[in-house]
Design a binder for this molecule. Structure first.
Ligand SMILES: [Zn+2]
Length: 184
């Protein structure tokens, strides 16, 4: 694993890493710029190499490096760190773009789904409305039929009453006339 890490580092800096004494501790010139976190979980310190072969090459090290205490031996050239930051930003950008595309697709899907649902609802409503209309028509016909029947019944009652009156009028002279004749 360590050999893989070393292969990523340029040979000049690797050599420099081995010859620790040749590097010079520098003031952190990064200011507010981010620094990598070492395996101890600490923000790294920026050093600048002062070897003749490797003059003024900035690199990050564990903050406990150069201190008389155990440390994780973390090492990363500044260029590589910036590169990794750029890669991370690019990855984030790509991720955001992908997410934006996903959102667009989802929006279209939702719109299509809504449209399908609305169309189905409209069709259902139309079917229900036409059913209601048919029912209303049927009820109207039933009502007219009932009105006709009621009218017929009323007419019939009137007719019966009229016939009754006619019969009474017609029978009156016979009944009372014969009585009169009997009394006489
Ligand atoms: Zn460390």
């Amino acid at each position: 694993m360590k050999s893989v890490v070393r292969s990523n580092i340029s040979p000049l800096i690797s050599k420099h890493d081995v010859n620790r004494s040749e590097s010079v501790l520098s003031v952190d010139t990064l200011g507010n710029v981010d620094a990598p976190t070492c395996k101890c979980g600490k923000k790294c310190v920026l050093y600048i190499s002062k070897t003749s072969k490797n003059l003024n090459i900035p690199f990050f090290r564990c903050p406990y490096f150069k201190q008389n205490r155990p440390h994780c031996n973390f090492f990363m050239p500044k260029d590589k760190f910036i590169e990794s930051q750029i890669t991370m930003v690019e990855l984030l950008e790509a991720k955001i773009n992908q997410m934006e595309r996903d959102v667009e697709v989802m929006k279209i899907e939702i719109e299509n789904d809504m449209e399908t649902k609305i169309n189905r609802l409209e069709r259902d409503m139309e079917v229900k409305i036409s059913q209601f209309e048919r029912e209303i028509e049927l009820m109207k016909i039933q009502m007219i039929e009932m009105q006709v029947k009621m009218e017929e019944a009323t007419n019939w009652k009137r007719y019966v009453r009229m016939v009754g009156v006619v019969i009474v009028v017609w029978l009156y002279p016979f009944v009372f006339g014969s009585k009169k004749r009997l009394f006489k």
